[in-house]
Write a protein that binds this ligand. Structure first.
Ligand code: NAP
Length: 241
């Protein structure tokens, strides 16, 4: 096969399973394949049959590494990072340069950008030899080419950095493995905790988490390995970096 088939997936690693889109992806995968197992690392419990959940107070290089060390023989066909942050108690996305701060920019990059290459580093010896997909949820606003509005400095730039990391991972793994699919995927505007304050300003369609999950999985399972290193929209369109 030239792509990952959902019916053949045995083991999935999912980060962000407590989030709106991540939890909908978890449910979609469990429903569409009655034998696969999902391994999750999260800050609060995720309790489902066929889900092996590990809790860590912080998701960082150390907890990712401990998590993978605890399941050394598991080989993953699909790895998805849906962790992302737009707003927290310290404030939301910046309208202008006057709103940026070192602390907030670091938090955006820590959560939205650097977890993905750290995940790739720790999971690199646990990838299925039959082929695998490694996916992180990016955002359309991370596209430098399609940025016409400005603002949202930290979120935009951290998602642009995430895209750059994914392109690099795709190139590194693609050199030695022609059955690797590394993708940045924009889920589409989706009704979740992350977006709820902003969706009233949106003029395009806002998806339910279940619609977003089905769209994302459709993109993953219809993309051939030759698509590795792309930034894809929820409908499969290639987005400008
Ligand atoms: N919703 C949209 O319209 C939209 C649009 C474009 C892109 N996206 C992207 O899609 C992804 C999923 O977002 P969502 O809409 O499902 O958001 P969500 O419901 O807020 O879920 C966010 C997830 O990220 C986790 N998370 C956030 N900060 C974290 C941190 N510092 N450490 C560890 N985990 C952290 C949350 O864990 P806790 O439950 O522990 O807080 C939760 O599992 C994100 O990458 C987001 O940027 C969303």
């Amino acid at each position: 096969m030239n792509k990952i088939e959902l019916k053949n997936v045995k083991n999935v690693l999912l980060l962000g399973a407590t989030g709106g889109i991540g939890n909908a992806i978890l449910n979609y995968l469990l429903e569409e394949n009655s034998t696969l197992y999902i391994y999750t690392l999260s800050r609060s419990p995720v309790e489902y049959p066929r889900v092996h959940n590990t809790i860590a107070s912080t998701i960082n290089e150390a907890s990712l590494s401990d998590f993978i060390s605890s399941i050394p023989t598991v080989k993953f066909d699909l790895i998805i990072n849906t962790i992302g942050y737009l707003e927290n108690e310290h404030g939301g996305p910046e309208k202008s340069l006057r709103d940026i701060s070192e602390e907030k920019l670091i938090e955006y990059f820590r959560t939205n950008a650097i977890l993905t290459p750290l995940l790739a580093k720790v999971v690199r010896n646990n990838l299925s030899s039959e082929g695998f997909a490694f996916v992180a949820l990016s955002a359309m606003v991370g596209s430098i080419g399609e940025n016409e509005l400005g603002g949202w400095y930290g979120y935009r730039a951290s998602k642009s950095a995430l895209n750059a990391f994914l392109k690099n991972i795709a190139l590194e793994w693609g050199r030695t493995n022609k059955r690797s699919l590394v993708l940045a995927i924009h889920p589409g505007t989706t009704q979740t905790r992350l977006s709820e304050k902003f969706n009233s300003f949106v003029t395009h369609k806002v998806h339910s988490p279940n619609e977003a999950a089905a769209n994302i999985c459709n993109v993953i399972f219809s993309s051939s390995f030759s698509m590795t290193g792309n930034f894809l929209n929820w409908d499969g369109r290639v987005i400008d970096w």
